[in-house]
Design a protein around this ligand. Structure first.
Ligand code: IMP
Length: 218
């Protein structure tokens, strides 16, 4: 996990391998939304993209304590199982006053006993635990890991720094968006134009690092 309030995005590893145009790439997610979003981001690079769900791959347990670690577990498992290069991500919301929590447990804080997600409850829990601390810094993180069948991998971490607000504001976006205002902005991620969010988000930053280092030259 990043240090609380860690301000900048950065590549976690120096790329030593770049994909060739036409490479078949498996997106190691069973989430249809993530598959669609990643496939759209990758579209300009001329890769052949396939989802882990379509290949019937199992979902490995996310047992690491960092975003890069958990993305690595998913990417390596998919690469090993398919013999293809695999891309996996892991993301979450961190609060400085809570030593980076919920962090890698971001989804767990929102998960009800029946498995459904309740983000209003999760955001209220963040506010309840953090309200007495004057430090309001918070950030979203997104780790992307590309893994090759021979065990090689490249990892990239994108972060969107900002602060948390209460009560939640806005109805766009998803997850913890209504309680997060990114640096240099006045609107929450859930209030702003989605194009604006996608231009400055942790996901966009991680993807830009990955593209610069590992996607085919255009
Ligand atoms: P995962 O990457 O599927 O493990 O999801 C991580 C958790 O972080 C989920 O609960 C998401 O709702 C939350 N999360 C990740 N990115 C964002 C975002 O851009 N906005 C709001 N919540 C997010």
């Amino acid at each position: 996990m990043s240090a609380p309030g860690h301000p900048a995005a950065g590549g976690a590893a120096r790329a030593s391998r770049r994909l060739e145009p036409g490479t078949k790439l498996v997106i190691a997610t069973h989430n249809a939304g993530k598959l669609r979003e990643n496939a759209a981001l990758l579209a300009p690079w001329g890769l052949e993209v396939v989802g882990a769900g379509a290949l019937g791959l199992p979902e490995p347990a996310e047992t690491e304590t960092s975003f890069l670690g958990n993305a690595g577990i998913k990417a390596h498992a998919a690469a090993r199982a398919t013999g293809l290069v695999a891309l996996a991500d892991d993301s979450g919301f961190s609060v400085a006053a809570l030593d980076g929590a919920p962090g890698v447990w971001t989804a767990d804080w929102a998960t009800r006993p029946d498995g459904s997600r309740d983000y209003a409850h999760a955001m209220a829990e963040v506010e309840r635990r953090a309200r007495d601390f004057p430090d309001r810094r918070a950030w979203f993180s997104c780790a992307l890991v590309l893994a090759w069948p021979d065990g090689h991998s490249e990892g990239f971490l994108g972060e969107a720094p900002g602060h948390w607000v209460w009560p939640p504001r806005g109805s766009r976006g998803f997850g913890y968006d209504p309680m997060f205002v990114p640096e240099s902005e006045t609107e929450t991620f859930a209030e702003m134009d989605p194009d604006r969010k996608h231009a400055i988000s942790h996901r966009a930053r991680a993807f830009a690092l990955l593209a610069a280092a590992c996607l085919p030259e255009r």
